[in-house]
Design a protein around this ligand. Structure first.
Ligand code: GLN
Length: 500
């Protein structure tokens, strides 16, 4: 017998809500109403959502309930899912955390949104984020930071910090984020949630506002591993609108969890010696090492592996990501989307619009990206970075010859205080050391809660798999989760102020 569900449906997991709906024990309207109440109580303090369209959410919920009443069914019928404010959702804002898109309304649905709708889900609020997904703390949002529900003086991580804070604080059942260099896994780790970065090409990027197109992937942020499996099953698959989406069969990810806490038995887990670095928070290292020990107790064989090019990953990432961003963000020129500041001529208008519309981090990266692509520097920086990217991918290929998955920390620290790193971009970038290698290699990984620091901030264990081996990563994470109770622990719901 499983434990009874909490009285407040906002506290349920995605799969608990889905199953309660199927059993007729609740309605989509009840779920959406509970979330709206939670948002009303706490969003002003936590900054999880940039907008919530109450009428639209309730209308979707009523339609889902009507459909079920008429005998209809669908995998996520009536289940509310929140979305990072970077995925185009027809008729809704899509600010990307930027003033430049403050007035923009999306004219179409991203494929991920269309697939959620196709599965019957209710598309709920728009989650806060670092401007154009550039950042690791959500402090780069033009609309104010999101805060960590475990300690509101601390950051929730980023760039999908609003998604993770909403899930952790029970202001969402589950949320979509995007991960270009760790932006799903790191905020999940900081907030005590599960965050899955699928293989590059596993989920269509059509309708996702591009940051770095060769690195970007959409991924779920959830309360449990099972929820991530359920969402991936809906989102994954080839899409003719994104030529980089890959035609690989989509397995039944939830069925892959059937082994429960036996899922790690016989699995070879690689422990990369380069991933326990000087300067790492001892509380994080202790939690991760204890989690690896737990995996061994559960029947995994721990093998030593080496990823020798890890030390170049952050530099390589910040060359490639900024180069691609400098091209992708050229479209925000005051002509086609959002903000327009008039100028004396078109060039003057572009300059004025971009100066008024972008915060500090975006131009920093555009300038860096333009520099590494300019003639004279292209070979020294961009081309060199592409070569090192290949070496990083080979590191993983060689390691996966010796193991089924790799285990590591998600980040060298737990959540830090707001303001602590804002004036030191380099320090902020170095926090991405364990997450960016996966994006450079195009492979998949998950962050699953594995304990707390002595300050009681959550710590995540990263489980990394080869391309298109999400089942293995989910099975391992689920087994660990079943044998520990970290994901069941919630930040206490200190009552916040009401929305104005
Ligand atoms: N922190 C990294 C960056 O700022 C990753 C962001 C992301 O994954 N979107 O680029």
């Amino acid at each position: 017998m499983s434990a009874p569900l909490p009285a407040d449906p906002a506290r349920w997991t995605l799969c608990e809500a889905r199953d309660a709906l199927r059993r007729g024990e609740t309605s989509s309207v009840a779920l959406v109403t509970a979330l709206l109440e939670a948002v009303g109580r706490r969003n002003r303090d936590l900054g999880c959502y940039l907008s919530v369209d109450r009428d639209d959410a309730l209308a979707q919920a009523r339609a889902a309930d009507d459909r079920r009443a008429r005998g209809g069914s669908a995998p996520l019928l009536g289940v509310p899912v929140s979305v990072k404010d970077i995925l185009n959702t027809r008729g809704q804002p899509c600010t990307c955390g930027s003033r430049i898109l403050e007035s923009y309304r999306a004219p179409y649905d991203a494929t991920a949104i269309a697939r959620l709708r196709g599965a019957g889900a209710v598309i709920f609020g728009r989650c806060n984020m670092d401007e154009f997904a550039m950042g690791s703390s959500t402090e780069n949002s033009a609309f104010g930071p999101a805060r960590n529900p475990w300690d509101p003086a601390r950051v929730p991580g980023g760039s999908s910090g609003g998604s993770a804070a909403a899930v952790a604080a029970d202001l969402a059942l589950a949320a979509l984020g995007t991960d270009t260099g760790g932006s799903v896994r790191q905020p999940a780790s900081f907030c005590g949630c599960v965050g899955l970065k699928p293989t590059y090409g596993r989920i269509s990027r059509y309708g996702l506002v591009a940051y770095a197109s060769s690195l970007d992937q959409i991924g779920p942020v959830t309360k449990r591993v099972r929820d991530a499996a359920a969402l991936l099953g809906v989102l994954a698959g080839r899409d003719p609108m994104d030529s980089t989406s890959v035609d690989v069969a989509v397995p039944d990810y939830e069925a892959a969890l059937a082994g429960g806490d036996g899922g790690l038995r016989g699995m070879r887990l690689g422990l990369p010696r380069e991933y326990f670095i000087d300067g790492m928070d001892p509380g994080v290292e202790a939690a991760v090492r204890a989690a690896v020990g737990r995996c061994r107790d559960l029947g995994a064989e721990i093998v030593d592996v080496s990823l020798p090019h890890t030390k170049y990953a952050v530099a390589t990432y910040y060359v490639i990501a900024t180069a691609e961003a400098s091209a992708n963000l050229a479209r925000f020129d005051g002509v086609r989307y959002g903000l327009r500041v008039a100028g004396d001529d078109p060039i003057d208008q572009y300059g004025r619009t971009r100066a008024a519309g972008f915060g500090a981090e975006v131009p920093r990266r555009i300038i860096l990206g333009t520099y590494v692509l300019s003639s004279g520097y292209y070979d020294a920086y961009y081309l060199q970075a592409q070569k090192v990217r290949t070496l990083i991918r080979r590191d993983f290929e060689q390691a996966f010859a010796r193991c089924d998955a790799i285990v590591s920390p998600v980040a060298p620290t737990a959540a830090y205080r707001l303001g602590e790193n804002v004036d030191d971009p380099l320090k902020m970038y170095l926090g991405d050391i364990f997450t960016v290698p996966l994006n450079l290699a195009g492979i998949c990984g998950i962050s699953v809660p594995c304990g707390f620091t002595p300050e009681r901030m959550p710590v995540g264990l990263q489980i990394v798999g080869p391309a298109f081996r999400e089942e293995a990563v989910l099975r391992a994470a689920h087994a660990y989760e079943q044998a520990s109770d970290w994901t069941a622990q919630r930040p206490d719901a200190r009552a916040g102020g009401a929305l104005p």
